[in-house]
Write a protein that binds this ligand. Sequence first.
Ligand code: 13P
Length: 252
Amino acid sequence: MRPLIVIGNWKLNGSLARNQDWVKAVAHGMESGIPSGRKFAVCPPFPYLQQCAQLIKEHSLAFLNLGAQDASAHSSGAYTGEVSASMLTELGCTYVIVGHSERRLLHHEIDEVGAAKALQVLDHGMTPVICVGETADERNSGRAEAIVCGQVAKQVNVLQDRLADCLIAYEPVWAIGTGKVASAQVAQDMHRAIRLRLAEFDEDVASHVGILYGGSVKPDNAIELFAMPDIDGGLVGGASLNPQEFLAICQA
Ligand code: 13P
């Protein structure tokens, strides 16, 4: 049985004061009980990881894991601006997002770079959250499944059976930050296609890998999405900034 996992991706948002209020509000909201059999994480920008780790400890939020939004494909050296997986482990991270479509689009990251980052993350005992997804043009021209399964295949080529320790996030680019959520059935169909692609490599890996949906997840669509057999949770952007919305999605 795969656990339901909800991961908040704050992207380029937050401040020392705002983060403090967020953790306090989540701690308060969870006082009435934490849904069992589920996992939760939040991914603040790098400079706030240490502060958030400390706040999570202060508020005894053991159920809330810490994640990062990216990691370097390199372990150390002359890579100005990059942050290594070993640094993220030191700061208490459990999850690391790799290959997000915003990294692909704005920083020209290709699948192979995402896979190299995932290897670094795995080598340091954390779980990579590998993002895949098609653009609106790719969907409208009937190529969505081929594009996404092609992205998954590139991860399979590099990661092989280490994929069993990864999460995949299906994030259709046209649904990110647009309010245009994929219908639960459209998302389920793609999650199924991803699982079948993984099963071509190894059926055991395919049945164990958690596949999260991301793209305009909100409290009012999370219930239907999470009820789908191949959707194992959500990677939540905008709605995760609001502690009440994040809580409602965690409880969906
Ligand atoms: P939104 O939930 O804001 O659409 O963002 C999704 C996302 O990109 C999460 O990584």
